[in-house]
Design a binder for this molecule. Structure first.
Ligand code: NAD
Length: 371
């Protein structure tokens, strides 16, 4: 499609402004009434917990993606969601009937929002059913599982994405644009951290069998993914240290981890993550011409940023609305993906494996093999 037709089509879909300015579809004050395009990405959510609830609400403002089905082991939840979102019976599944989704032409993609250690099994099931998959972070418990998930999706001929919502967020996009345009100069240093004080001591996040790991798996991955997009490079070595101040609560999983990533250019990213204190959320990249700082950098927002030029004036958006319309645009309209495929999940898991290996080896430097 030529660029003018492409532009006009985007505008007529109501997503042109979204894509060009980073505004969410819901913030597009176009005078023209929005006409819902005939072709929508029909999404089934799998695991109706707190994040799925947030995604479903955000999807009410989507223009290209629509909530069409649910997968849950709890019949009462299915009933509530059916009524709330007008989901027909034939688009509801439980964990025993999920393979039948392959016979449902009204579902295009399943969004896996179950606990971390179930992602591997659930993505393999969805791929086997011939549906595209969007899986929450962390992609899996380790790189081996992530490789198996990618292979299963490739074999089934389905697309595989990770819920890396920051890649659709306007401040983050602007930071990446500045770095790619050379406006920060040669990148010299990165300093990222992401963590929070976790509450309920009985939650699955503190159980290794369901969470795969602790803070590093859950939110350290933002600091790590952020170091990759702040530098535009892939780390070649890792060193890491763990501190545990509450060995009872964090008996099974990591509490606080600091880790360093070495990049081919010689840049080192100094990163941290925790489950045991708040106010730990920042992305800071320094080049020889300038800097960019996002703080908060990875939560639901509002994301705030400043650079050597002053405050970043990017729009405040609902991340999940933008992400779901973005994924729909990639699948339906062949738009380039902003680094949210299963391969990106794998690249992060290779580093997470190395972080845990370094900790097991008393902080030794672990070299990373290529993906
Ligand atoms: P949650 O506990 O609120 O929801 C998990 C859902 O999975 C529940 O509905 C639960 O019933 C269901 N489930 C299915 N099988 C289960 C089993 N065997 N054990 C326990 N629960 C089971 O958790 P959440 O906060 O919604 O997190 C779900 C996933 O989403 C995680 O992978 C998490 O990392 C991810 N997440 C991502 C973001 C983000 O910003 N991208 C934010 C929060 C959570």
């Amino acid at each position: 499609m030529n660029s003018r037709r492409d532009f006009l089509q985007k505008v007529s879909l109501g997503i042109g402004v979204t894509a060009l300015s980073g505004l969410p579809a819901s913030a597009n004050n176009s005078p023209e009434p929005f006409v819902r395009p005939e072709k929508q990405l029909r999404v089934a959510l799998m695991g109706l917990g707190s994040y799925a609830t947030r995604v479903a609400e955000a999807m009410q403002s989507c223009k290209l993606a629509t909530l069409a089905g649910v997968v849950s082991g709890t019949p009462s939840k299915i009933n509530t969601w059916k009524q709330k979102y007008n989901i027909p019976d034939k688009n509801t599944y439980n964990y025993q009937t999920i393979s039948e989704i392959k016979n449902n032409p009204d579902i295009d993609i399943v969004y896996v929002t179950t606990p971390n250690s179930l992602h591997h099994k659930h993505v393999l099931q969805i791929a086997a059913a011939g549906k595209h998959v969007l899986c929450e972070k962390p992609v899996a418990d380790n790189a081996k599982q992530a490789r198996e998930m990618i292979a299963a999706c490739e074999k089934a001929g389905v697309k595989f994405f990770i819920g890396y919502r920051m890649h659709f967020e306007p401040h983050t996009r602007e930071l990446i644009r500045m770095r790619e345009a050379g406006e920060l100069g040669k990148i010299m240093h990165v300093n990222n951290y992401m963590g929070f004080k976790s509450g309920d001591p009985n939650q699955w996040r503190l159980k290794k069998a369901l969470a795969g790991g602790g803070a590093m798996m859950d939110v350290g991955i933002y600091a790590l993914n952020g170091a990759r997009y702040a530098t535009g490079e892939e780390p070649i070595w890792v060193t890491a240290q763990e501190s545990k101040t509450d060995p009872v609560k964090f008996k099974e999983v990591d509490e606080t981890i600091t880790f360093q990533l070495g990049f081919p250019s010689g840049v080192i990213a100094n990163c941290g993550t925790t489950y045991n204190f708040n106010n730990f959320e920042r992305l800071y990249v320094i080049g020889d011409k300038g800097f960019a700082e996002l703080s908060p950098a990875f939560g639901y927002g509002p994301i705030k940023g400043r650079t050597h030029l002053g405050p970043m004036n990017q729009p405040v958006v609902t991340h999940q609305t933008l992400q779901m319309d973005g994924i729909a645009d990639i699948i339906l309209n062949n738009k380039p993906d902003p680094n949210v495929t299963g391969h990106e999940g794998l690249k992060d898991m290779i580093v997470v494996d190395a972080v845990y290996e370094s900790i097991r080896k008393g902080g030794q430097k672990v070299f990373i093999n290529k993906v």
